[in-house]
Design a protein around this ligand. Sequence first.
Ligand code: AMP
Ligand code: ZN
Length: 465
Amino acid sequence: MKIYNTLSRRKEEFVPIEEGKVRMYVCGPTVYNFIHIGNARPMIFFDTVRRYFEYKGYQVNFVSNFTDVDDKIIRAAKEEGVDSSVISERYIKECKTDMAGMGVRPATTHPKATEEIGGMIEMITTLIEKGFAYEVNGTVYFRVRSFPGYGKLSGKNLDELESGNRTLLVTGEEEKEDPMDFVLWKPKKEGEPFWESPWGQGRPGWHIECSVMSQKYLGEEIDIHGGGEDLVFPHHENEIAQSEAASGHVFSHYWMHNAFLNINNVKMSKSLGNFLLVRDISKQYDLSILRFFMLSAHYRSPLNFSPELMEAAKSGLERIQNGLVRLRDEAENCAEVGADQGAVREAAIRFRAQFEAAMDDDFNTADAIAALFELVKFANITDPAQTGRADWDALRAAALDMAGVLGIEEPKKELLDADIEALIEERQAARKAKNYARADQIRAELADKGILLEDTKEGVKWKRK
Ligand code: AMP
Ligand code: ZN
């Protein structure tokens, strides 16, 4: 399995630190608004990475943070006249709703920066003790020149950085030993959230959060660290400096970065005002279509969002889902032993291999989707009556596994009115017999298929969601 490592600028064979296990950390959103579709790209892609590792039999410890202390959150809180935590809690909740809609599974742990301040103070203290950081008037800075590997991820040269930074020095930062040094802890300002620390009341810088949360939940050395390509510098470069200076060894073995999402071929950004929220998209499309659209390109290629491409994604996804339905519903029409002499089973093996080859090549989801399209095309022209049931099932299992990695669900079987009514009757009988467990089970089963029950005086009524 090959992964493009931003650190070495080439594809490398993936070798986990611990056999059969993957420890990965992905930088999560700053929660001051609904997430936009740019934020959705790393969420969807790294969820797919995680799913593929699991498909390969790895146990994945996947950590993704919420940055819930930040200037933008503080500004939004001031505008609304509420506490910062009101803003961050609201948008964490909304973000989770969007993630669920996009089929992004919750991470193993979603730490919040504000709940990890103690760990940040500890790491900063260690960095000061080791000479990698210093305090001036309540601000703690990382001493960039003290860390020999600085620049190795972004390929930046210290002297170039230095001359660039000198002209960029902002007021209040003249106290730095070196213009390149970055903030680990800053003193509080009036009306801002703050924590007690050995350097006075204040709050952490952004970069230290990820170093600390990653170390706490995954250990000092991790397999994969990911995020959007805008994070390479300075965020990830600074994370490496902090973590490796504190621990004395390698922080992350592989660094993965997704390219940006553009809108109508223009970079999507808040300042240009051309960003789209995931929530806006959900009003027009099922978010599974947004997910499919994102995976239709390789993650290291820029991706352009347009209504035409979303329509294409919609019909592509439908084609796959119809194929999954056919594989499910036609299974009962299969022969005991197929007249096709195992051709379907062989095809299942071939499509699976094609899919794995694509995913093993730095998660080429575009080619992986192509393999699934080919499988579906094959399934559509395969006659179940000529196919042995076990062979058909092998093809179906391959389709479901591949779809599962991509986060594509098999559509739920439509329940006919008569089936629903029969289940409701069975539920009434179960209740009469005081078999409440079965009655609840039926209600849950129906709810799962989008049927809501309402117990009224006139009896049980139902409706489709
Ligand atoms: P932020 O909330 O800005 O820290 O971003 C959260 C994540 O979304 C980071 O991994 C960013 O790199 C990523 N991201 C932000 N905008 C885009 C975009 N337009 N395309 C792809 N990824 C993005
Ligand atoms: Zn981060």
